[in-house]
Design a protein around this ligand. Structure first.
Ligand SMILES: [Zn+2]
Length: 149
């Protein structure tokens, strides 16, 4: 979308420049009515360019936000470990600790989303973002550090 907006802005600015050149080339011979018409054409082109540039500025911001989020996910990559069906924060020894993250959200969206406990009668934990269900036994909560102690 942003590249379209930039192309649109360029083409609108081109139009405005073409109109100005036409006015200059006409010298003194241009009539007032035609001059008004050309100015209106130029105004319209510049208004289009402004709108397209504003659209591309928003798209650029969205890209920067996405890049920042992915950089953050990349930095966390070594600090996350998979156990059974979920991901967890890793201890220094690389073992799972704490509460489970949604596998789908991490592997596909690169987002860390904690699972939500189902109620007592529910055999599943849930992801509030993607609605994926995980078996309680394969995504335990409050995993303690173990092994080296
Ligand atoms: Zn999820």
């Amino acid at each position: 979308v942003s590249w379209d907006a930039i192309s649109n802005a360029l083409s609108s600015v081109d139009t405005a420049i073409r109109v100005i050149k036409a006015i200059k080339a006409a010298d003194g011979a241009i009539e007032k009515a035609e001059l008004k018409f050309k100015l209106a054409e130029m105004m319209e082109a510049l208004a289009d360019a402004k709108e397209a540039l504003s659209e591309s500025r928003d798209a650029r911001q969205a890209l920067f936000d996405e890049i920042a989020r992915l950089k953050d996910a990349l930095a966390k990559h070594g600090m996350i470990v998979r156990q059974l069906d979920a991901y967890y924060d890793a201890t220094e020894e690389g073992e799972a600790k704490g509460d489970p993250y949604c596998t789908r959200c991490w592997e596909i969206e690169h987002r860390l989303v904690h699972l939500i406990r189902g109620d007592r009668t529910d055999a599943f934990h849930h992801c509030a973002v993607c609605r994926q269900k995980y078996s309680r036994r394969a995504s335990p909560f409050s995993i303690e550090r173990r092994g080296l102690e």
